[in-house]
Design a protein around this ligand. Sequence first.
Ligand SMILES: [Zn+2]
Ligand SMILES: [Zn+2]
Ligand SMILES: [Zn+2]
Length: 330
Amino acid sequence: MNTSASLGASLYLLVPGGGLEPPTLSGHGPKPCASSNSATPARLLAKPFETKVSNSARLFIQLCYYTKYRLLLQFIIMKIKFLGTGAGWPLPRLGCQDKICSSKDPKDTRTRSQALVNEVLLLDLGPDTYQHLKQPGVDPTKIRFAAISHEHPDHTFGLWDLSHTYTSGRREKIKIFINPKTLAKIRFMFFPKEYDILPTLAGTEIKLDNLRLTFLPVNHTKDSTFGILVKEGNKKFFWAPDFKSLPAETTQRVKGADLAAIDGSELKIQTPSHETIEEGIALGKTLQAKNVYFVHIGHRSLPHKELESYVKKNGGDNFHIPYDGLEIEI
Ligand SMILES: [Zn+2]
Ligand SMILES: [Zn+2]
Ligand SMILES: [Zn+2]
């Protein structure tokens, strides 16, 4: 799981901020998605993303990709930081005295679920985004992309704060990937001109630098919630903090993921829009995911230590309970 091969490390250094997709010497721009909103994709076609990968590094990677050295690509490392791991309301809940909310273990303090990939891509933009990006070890000026799974406040209220991120000598707009149906529900929450908004259709793979990103439908809200599949080289990471179940096609596309971060809102209590950890253990096995991390954790559950033991006992060693600030490499 925690790949530390020196070869991998050196390849990673060659490609700051990411792994790789077969690159082109002219730099790689986004694959604009088909969209009902025609204005944004047209502008993006005219102005591809600038890449930070140097020409020599790109040439080296290109040579690897098209030659017998392609095997080296498996050593690419994707860095994932769990900025937040809680459900719609943070833990401890205000005024609550239950076992989790009165726990002294710092791992039982959970902010809203959010992840950072390779320091450049944010997954979801909940109300804790500002605090997440202010903590030591996180550089908000490196963030260039964000993808939003759905419209609920715990995944979108950070849009306001993130829009005013300042960089020295560069004021590049952050690119927001969001499905048109989701966007239609939250346009009022921010000034759209402060971002590059990229309406993103389900199933369409988007390239951003060395990462590839695909929105896949999940069953949570009506037609506007998605899991986000992020690929880099041969690595596959699925981010789906909110869902009751996965459609068959989504299950198929996620199969064999190196890491699946899935809904762990409840342990056993059934609700209409979230799966239980019990169900997630079965799902993780169906997905044949190499590692499953439960996020979006609520308080009708177990404290971190007990929950970690529970998933290992009932699922296996590849099931985990993350905590806020945990950083892993796949
Ligand atoms: Zn949520
Ligand atoms: Zn509680
Ligand atoms: Zn939700």
